[in-house]
Ligand binder design. Structure first.
Ligand code: KIV
Ligand code: ZN
Length: 562
C-alpha cells in the first residue's frame, strides 16, 4: 500500500467548460429545511429525548422554518414516539411541513407511512446511496441494481400515498445519497427514473436533494456538479433542486452558496452546523450572509444568544467562540487599529445619520441579532486609544474629544501592562474618573456664581464671575470679568496667582444617568513646560461643568498626574 498522501485518489471533476454559475448573484432566500432533528440528532453523543426534541422543534418553528425533517421514524423508537407526540398533541403549525427520512426499502417505507398518520403536511424523503465507492464496496451492485432500489422505493411511496385516506398532503423528496461521489450522468439518470415512477409534474414537483454527503473537493467542483445535473435533468420543471451539504473540508457554507449560484432552490442544514462528523451546513451563517447583502433571509435570528443557549442545552454541543455571527467573540475587537476603525465608523454613522451599516470590520449590526449589550470592543494591552474611548462612549455616554484619546489611551494601556490582563468596562470608567473627572485637589471651588453684565455702548455682554476658591485649608475670594464664563474664570484664577496655564480647547455635551441629566465639559490646557493635558468636569450647569473641568486639568498638573 502506498504511504502518506500518495494513498489518496484525486477527485475527478465533472467537465463543464461553459459553466454559468460564476456570473450569477444570489437575490433571494432559498427554501430552508432544518435537519437538526434527524442528521443533527443522529450525530450527537447523547441524542435528544422526546421532551428535548419537542423543545427543539418549537425553537425551529419560532425561527421560521417551514420544512423540518423530524427524524427517521422507521429506524428508532424514540423518533417514532416523538413524531406521534408532535401529531397527537397538535404541535405542528398548519404552515409547517414535517419531513420524514427513510431508506428506499419496503418495510421501512410502510412503517414510515404508519408513523405520519394524521399529520397535515408531510414530505416523505427516501434515499439510497449512488456513489461509485458505495456501489462497489457497500452494496456490491451495478448501476442498474441501484436504480432498481430507487425506482421500487418511488413506486411504493406513490402507491401508499394513493391509498391514503386520511387527507394528508404528501410531497416527495428523493436523495441520491453520496451525490458528490456519484458520476453526475448517473445521478441524472436515477433521478429521472425516480421522477417517472413518482409521476412528478410542474404542479406536483419532487424535491431532488443533492447531498454533498462527503465534501470531496473544492466547492467550485460541487457547483459544477449541481449546474451540470440541472442542465441535463429531463422534465426539470417537475423538480425542486435541493442541496444537503456537509462540511468535511470546512467549506459547507461556500459549497452551499456556490450551489445556489448554480441553481439550487432549497437548502438542508442545521443550526450552527451540528451533524455527522464535521457537521452539516450551518443555516444560521448562510441566512445571515444573505441578510448582510440586504436580502431578507426569511428566518428570524434577531435573538441569536437565546437560540444558541437553547441549542447548547438541548444538544450538549457548544458553538465555538469564533463561529460566524453566533460565537461569543464574533463581535469583539482587541486590536487597537480595529477598535479605532470601529469607533470611527460609529461616529461617522452618528454624525452623518447614515441609513446604511458602514462600520469597518463588522459585517452586521450586532443589535440586529440581539447582541447590542455585549462589549464589542475589549481592552487589553493590544488595544489602542480608540478602544478605551469607544467603551467610554458606547457603555457610559462620554464622547471624549479626539485630542484626548491618546492621553486616556496611554493611561489605560499602562494599567493593562501593570495588571497583565484584560480590563473590564467598569475598570476603564474607574480610570477615567480617577484620572480626569472633577479632580479637586489642591484647588476646589466652594462657592461660584456667574452673571451677565451689559457693557455701555456695546451690544455684547461681559460675563462676571465671583466665587471662593479653597486651596488646602485657605479660602480665596475671587471676582473677575471676561468675554465668557471660561475667560472670566481664567481672569479670576490669575488674581489668585494661578497663571501658568493656557486654555487650548473645549468641548461639551449632555450626559444622563437615569432621569438625571448633567453637562460634561472636556478642557484642554497647556502647562508651563508646553505639555498639553485634559481635565473633565460634570455639573448640572454647563458653566460650572467647564469651571470644574479647568480645575481638574490644573489639579492633575499640580499633583503630578500629567
Ligand atoms: O448526508 C446525506 O447524504 C444524508 C442523506 C440521507 C440526505 O443525510
Ligand atoms: Zn446528511
Amino acid at each position: 500500500m502506498k504511504k502518506g498522501f500518495e494513498k489518496y485518489k484525486p477527485f475527478v471533476p465533472v467537465t463543464l467548460p461553459d459553466r454559468t454559475w460564476p456570473d450569477q448573484h444570489i437575490e433571494k432566500a432559498p427554501i430552508w429545511c432544518s435537519v437538526d432533528l434527524r442528521d443533527g440528532n443522529q450525530a450527537l453523543v447523547t441524542p435528544m429525548n422526546v421532551t428535548e426534541k419537542i423543545a427543539f422543534f418549537k425553537l425551529l418553528v419560532e425561527v421560521g422554518f417551514k420544512e423540518i425533517e423530524v427524524g427517521f421514524p422507521s429506524a428508532s423508537e424514540t423518533e417514532y414516539e416523538f413524531l406521534r407526540a408532535l401529531i397527537d398533541n397538535n404541535l405542528i403549525p398548519d404552515d409547517v411541513t414535517i419531513q420524514v427520512l427513510v431508506q428506499a426499502r419496503e418495510h421501512l417505507i410502510r412503517k414510515t407511512f404508519e408513523a405520519v398518520k394524521g399529520a397535515k403536511n408531510v414530505i416523505v424523503h427516501f434515499y439510497n446511496s449512488t456513489s461509485e465507492l458505495q456501489r462497489r464496496v457497500v452494496f456490491k451492485k451495478d448501476m442498474d441494481g441501484i436504480i432498481d432500489i430507487a425506482v421500487a422505493g418511488a413506486k411504493l411511496v406513490r402507491e401508499l400515498t394513493e391509498q391514503d385516506q386520511s387527507g394528508t398532503n404528501f410531497r416527495y423528496e428523493y436523495s441520491p445519497e453520496s451525490f458528490s461521489g456519484t458520476e453526475t450522468d448517473f445521478a441524472v439518470e436515477i433521478c429521472a427514473k425516480v421522477m417517472e415512477a413518482l409521476g412528478s409534474t410542474k404542479e406536483n414537483p419532487v424535491i431532488l436533494n443533492l447531498p454533498n454527503t462527503v465534501e470531496l473537493n473544492t466547492c467550485n467542483t460541487f457547483a459544477d456538479q449541481v449546474e451540470y445535473f440541472i442542465r441535463k435533468l429531463p422534465n426539470r420543471d417537475a423538480a425542486i433542486i435541493s442541496v444537503h451539504p456537509h462540511n468535511d473540508r470546512g467549506t459547507g457554507t461556500a459549497c452551499t452558496e456556490l450551489a445556489m449560484l448554480a441553481g439550487a432552490e432549497r437548502i438542508e442544514g442545521t443550526l450552527f452546523g451540528n451533524g455527522e462528523r464535521t457537521g452539516n451546513l450551518d443555516i444560521v451563517t448562510v441566512a445571515l450572509n444573505l441578510y448582510t447583502q440586504g436580502i431578507d433571509p426569511e428566518l428570524d435570528f434577531s435573538h441569536i444568544d437565546h437560540i444558541r443557549e437553547i441549542y447548547e442545552s438541548l444538544t450538549r454541543m457548544t458553538v465555538p467562540e469564533r463561529w460566524p455571527y453566533a460565537g461569543k467573540l464574533a463581535f469583539t475587537a482587541f486590536s487597537g487599529s480595529h477598535q479605532d476603525a470601529i469607533n470611527k465608523g460609529h461616529e461617522y454613522m452618528r454624525e452623518t445619520k447614515s441609513e446604511y451599516w458602514e462600520i469597518p470590520y463588522l459585517t452586521i449590526d450586532p443589535a440586529d441579532i440581539g447582541r447590542e449589550y455585549e462589549p464589542i470592543i475589549r481592552i487589553n494591552s493590544q488595544s489602542g486609544k480608540g478602544g478605551a474611548a469607544f467603551i467610554m462612549d458606547h457603555d457610559f455616554g462620554y464622547h471624549l474629544p479626539k485630542a484626548m484619546h491618546p492621553e486616556f489611551g496611554a493611561i489605560v494601556q499602562k494599567e493593562c501592562d501593570r495588571t497583565g490582563r484584560e480590563l473590564q468596562a467598569n475598570e476603564v470608567l474607574a480610570l477615567f474618573t480617577n484620572e480626569f473627572l472633577n479632580i479637586s485637589k489642591p484647588y476646589a471651588l466652594s462657592r461660584a456664581k456667574f452673571y451677565e453684565e451689559a457693557v455701555a455702548g456695546s451690544s455684547a455682554n461681559l460675563t462676571h464671575f465671583s466665587g471662593v476658591l479653597s486651596v488646602h485649608n485657605d479660602f480665596l475670594s475671587l471676582e473677575a470679568r471676561g468675554n465668557g464664563p471660561i475667560d472670566a474664570f481664567f481672569n479670576a484664577l490669575r488674581q489668585a496667582g494661578i497663571e501658568n496655564y493656557t486654555f487650548l480647547s473645549y468641548s461639551e455635551h449632555a450626559i444622563s444617568s437615569g432621569s438625571d441629566s448633567q453637562a460634561v465639559a472636556y478642557i484642554q490646557l497647556r502647562g508651563p513646560g508646553g505639555q498639553k493635558f485634559y481635565g473633565v468636569g460634570t455639573e448640572h450647569n454647563i458653566n460650572f461643568a467647564s469651571v470644574k473641568g479647568i480645575l481638574s486639568a490644573i489639579n492633575r498638573f499640580e499633583s503630578g498626574m500629567v
